[in-house]
Design a protein around this ligand. Structure first.
Ligand code: ATP
Length: 911
């Protein structure tokens, strides 16, 4: 029975010394408590904490030094293209055109500041996200248990831990009930190690290796089993993990597949654009253009043509996207999972607390052959427990006692503390006027087998009034029945015959079919010599607990289905309960139990998995099997989890989703995404956001690349046609600012389109620049180049060269405004109500228009941009021409839609 070890810390602690206790592992816990001046039963006082914080500082590991901001601003100039442009500007300045050199320097500075601001904004968003996941710790201070940020812990604090918690500092165990800790990060030991309150002693003078210090817990390791209390002995850099320099070098996040794709796309485009620019320069040189002018323009063209801004916009779009998602309950920890979310095909969700509210109310009770109806709301103990043939309070109390004693929850005037299932059982007992607190005081607990989702039961050991040891257990009825030999009847415990077993199972099944979660209670006087063998019990009662589905879950399941994303329910509950809830939520498909799953071969499972909608009575390790089978079938899997045993499945899934409220630290650390509201519908919303973020990335890629192509084609065509260049270097740089700047940013934060959840998931293998997109981009680029050259050539015939150049420049800039609208969608008509939904975009487009008017009309700007003022008719021609990019694309899409509809229209009508 000694599952729980408690050290003999004296009630009075001597005044503590304020020095680290580096050898706590070999001292008795009471001694450590004394050295640190703390009484474990009450913890430190607020004054103690304040003083110790002053002495020891925050419980934090030092972060690697950050690069100063001014250096990061300068980093923006390190781009080789920018460098080339600077050199070209200096050369131009030396040759004679000081103004150009000066303006280029200013433009480059604006560019750099924009880039720097984008980076900072992205970083701040991600930093804010990290702040949402700050670790906390449960401590006992001033005699009360409170939750504080882990960084506020001080030596001497009494920390309470349970399975799944991350250990927030180094500490000496004072209570250890079946404790195991995963210390691989520190010791390399892959298996969890058992911990007790006993000190470890070394042979002779040798120190005990860290891996063998069983009486202490270490910062950043995790409790995988049991319940513990420890006194903090070291914090921050004084901990064992703080001493290991390597552990602090937090490796950055590896680039996401999309970032890698963008990078290779960027290189490829740089090469193509580079060749095109070189060709342009060569032809212009042969045509005898001024060398200095040409050099400057060629480099400016390269700046405009090479999409060097893509990585920055990608980073910002992802960062702002995940920031927006965090505001809606989904904290994405790895940016790569945003992409995976966008292509998710299956969401495997836990039932309890995710699809349901985890607001447990016992609705039915069965004991000694009688079915009781339970009334009352939520955790209010005012309800009743009624049976058809009269109540037998004394017998009911006996039946329910195991539920009360084998229970860690508490009912307080402010609500419940602990597991809602356990609280519901306390409420049930209280409704029969059983004094649950009094019971616990009179029958204290000596040891326990903590609840484990794999074992599906919990047991506690107590000393009866006559000194014998009593075991109380509660758990899944099927599991408990295996450990029972008797059933409580009106005549007392009676052997569990096949007939009685059937009676119990029938009662449990009836409750399960109503969607109730079913738990049994059992007890026995046990033989102390077999502490782990919880058997020979008498089943005393079965309770049926209602846990209503979340109100939005049904709609979310339907929305996911419309979006081609299958929802599968995974639960530890009985198949009957699971099926009833699944049907209520609209989750279809076969029901398979963990036992059946265990019997299936990988091949069988792969063949059936598409048809399975509900996995019931599963143990956490089954989740890994499910993820593997789905992944092998080509699915992109999102899997939820909360417990310490879910970590493996969360890591195996493409998108591991941990519960923010009920999830353990271990699950949160293993996950890619944490739900702050534990709500299933948040996952579906995150899928929608994931798709929308990807759409936005595609949008600005379309926008930037079509401009790049447009600029190159414009200059190439003019030089080949023997015309002078329609745009100067500075004008090209202005176009580049528009392209990388606010309009591109605004496209990056486009709100989700209406149809985003009415189409199948994107294939994970899809290239961002597929043939179809490349064709669309080239189309827009070609229209922009044609329009600009046409305006330029025609205006040269009708007016002077300077006016023609200004008109060409203005037309090209206005093309960008219209092109932003084209880029916003791929298949929908360009013109439509959806264009009204991005206010930021319209503001930035209006700003560009105003600036363009200033660049052309304002005398001071004319000197800078080499422009001349335009008349009203000339102004009218520019937007009219620029709008052709919208009109041609609109016509193209309408034609394509018509062609794809045509075969259907020709189908013969029925009847
Ligand atoms: P999921 O969150 O994945 O849907 P679940 O909450 O349905 O899982 P578990 O919490 O693992 O599943 O519970 C599985 C079974 O274990 C329940 O059906 C119940 O019979 C039993 N059980 C649940 N909680 C306790 C508990 N605190 N003590 C004893 N038995 C429990």
């Amino acid at each position: 029975m000694p599952q729980q070890t408690r050290s003999t810390a004296g009630p009075e602690a001597p005044p503590g010394r304020l020095e680290p206790v580096t050898d706590a592992y070999q001292r008795e816990a009471a001694e450590v408590a004394g050295l640190l001046g703390v009484v474990p039963a009450t913890g430190l006082t607020t004054d103690d904490v304040r003083r110790r914080t002053g002495t020891w500082g925050a419980n934090e590991l030092a972060e690697p030094g950050r690069r100063p901001q001014w250096l990061r601003l300068l980093d923006q100039f390190r781009n080789w293209l920018i460098g080339m442009l600077l050199v070209a500007a200096v050369v131009a300045g030396i040759i004679g055109d000081i103004k150009d050199a000066f303006v280029i320097a200013i433009v480059l500075t604006i560019n750099a500041v924009l880039g720097y601001l984008q980076e900072r904004r992205a970083e701040r968003s991600l930093e804010a996200l990290r702040q949402m996941l700050v670790p906390t710790a449960r401590v006992r201070r001033e005699g009360r248990v409170t939750v504080v940020p882990a960084r506020e812990l001080v030596p001497g604090d009494v920390v309470l831990l349970e399975a799944g918690d991350r250990v927030p500092a180094d500490g000496r165990l004072t209570v250890a009930a079946s404790v195991e800790a995963a210390e691989a990060a520190l010791t390399g030991e892959s298996q969890p190690v058992a911990k007790t309150t006993a000190p470890s002693t070394a042979d002779g003078d040798e120190t005990v290796p860290v891996a063998e210090r069983t009486g202490v817990l270490f910062m950043n390791t995790a409790l995988t089993r049991g319940r513990a209390e420890m006194i903090v002995t070291a914090t921050g850099m004084r901990t064992e993990v703080g001493a290991i320099a390597e552990a602090l070098r937090t490796g950055g996040e590896p680039p996401s597949p999309l970032a890698v794709q963008m990078d290779s796309l960027g290189r490829w485009l740089a090469l193509v654009s580079g060749i095109a620019v070189a060709a342009y320069a060569l032809v212009a040189l042969i045509r005898g253009e001024n060398l200095a002018d040409l050099a400057l323009r060629a480099v400016a063209l390269a700046v405009a043509a090479i999409p060097e801004g893509l990585p920055a916009v990608l980073a910002l779009t992802l960062a702002l996207g995940v920031h927006r998602m965090a505001g809606r309950g989904a904290i994405v920890k790895r940016l790569a999972s945003v992409e995976a979310l966008g292509s998710a095909t299956v969401v495997c969700s836990d039932k309890t607390g995710t699809l349901t509210l985890n607001e447990m109310t016992a609705r039915a009770l069965w004991s000694a052959g009688r079915l009781y109806e339970v009334t009352g709301k939520g955790y209010d103990t005012a309800g009743t427990v009624r049976s058809t043939d009269g109540e037998r309070t004394a017998q009911l109390h006996e039946a329910l006692r195991p539920f009360v004693l084998c229970n860690d929850a508490r009912l307080t005037p402010d609500g419940i503390i602990g597991d809602p299932t356990e609280a519901a059982l306390l409420v049930l007992a209280a409704k029969t006027s059983l004094d649950t607190e009094d019971e616990r005081i009179h029958v204290p607990r000596d040891g326990e087998v903590p609840f484990d989702p794999a074992a599906k039961y919990m047991a506690t050991f107590h000393t009866d009034a006559d000194g014998s040891t009593r075991v109380c257990a509660k758990g899944a009825v099927d599991v408990l029945l295996h450990r029972c030999t008797h059933l409580l009847t009106d005549q007392g415990p009676a052997p569990l015959t096949a007939e009685r077993r059937r009676e119990v199972n029938d009662a449990a099944r009836r409750m399960g079919r109503q969607g109730l979660r079913v738990l049994g209670a059992a007890t026995a006087v046990t033989d102390q010599s077999h502490p782990d063998d919880v058997s020979g019990l008498t089943l005393t009662a079965i309770a049926g607990i209602a846990d209503p589905p979340r109100p939005q879950a049904r709609d979310a399941v339907a929305l996911a289905r419309a979006a081609g994303v299958t929802v599968k329910m995974i639960t530890g509950d009985h198949a009957d309960t699971a099926t009833a809830i699944a049907r209520e939520l609209g989750i279809t498909g076969e029901v398979v139990t963990g036992a059946e799953l265990a019997r299936m071969s990988e091949h069988d499972l792969a063949g059936r998995i598409e048809d399975i909608g509900v996995f019931a009575r599963v143990a956490p390790e089954h989740k890994v099997t499910i993820v593997r089978a789905l992944s092998e079938g080509g699915h992109i899997v999102a899997m939820t989890g909360d417990g310490v045993n879910d970590a493996a499945a969360l890591q195996a899934a493409h998108i591991g989703v941990a519960m923010g409220i009920t999830g353990t630290d271990v699950a949160k650390e293993a996950a890619d995404m944490v739900l702050t509201d534990d709500d299933f519908s948040t996952i579906v919303r995150a899928v929608r956001e994931g798709r929308s973020i990807y759409d936005n990335i595609v949008t600005f890629v379309r926008f930037q690349l079509s401009t790049n192509i447009g600029a190159i084609l414009t200059l190439l065509v003019t030089v080949l046609a023997g015309l002078p260049a329609p745009m100067s270097a500075i004008q090209l740089l202005w176009v580049n600012i528009i392209m990388d700047g606010p309009p591109a940013m605004a496209l990056g934060v486009d709100p989700p389109r209406g149809n985003v959840m009415h189409r199948p998931p994107r294939s994970p293998d899809e290239r961002i620049l597929n043939t179809r997109r490349l064709a669309a981009i080239t189309r827009s680029g070609a229209v922009m180049a044609t329009g600009t050259v046409a305006v330029f050539a025609a205006a040269r015939q009708l007016t002077d060269a300077a006016t023609a150049a200004t008109m060409a420049f203005t037309t090209f800039v206005l093309f960008q405004l219209f092109n932003a609208l084209v880029a916003r969608s791929e298949d929908d008509p360009v013109l439509g109500r959806h264009q009204l939904h991005n206010r930021t975009l319209w503001i930035s487009l209006a700003a560009v228009l105003v600036l363009q008017v200033v660049a052309v009309q304002a005398p001071f700007a004319q000197g800078v941009f080499d422009t001349v003022p335009l008349g009203v008719a000339q102004w009218a021609i520019c937007p009219a021409t620029a709008s052709t990019v919208v009109l041609t694309e609109q016509a193209w899409r309408a034609g394509r839609a018509w062609l794809s509809r045509a075969p259907r229209a020709q189908r013969p009508r029925r009847g």
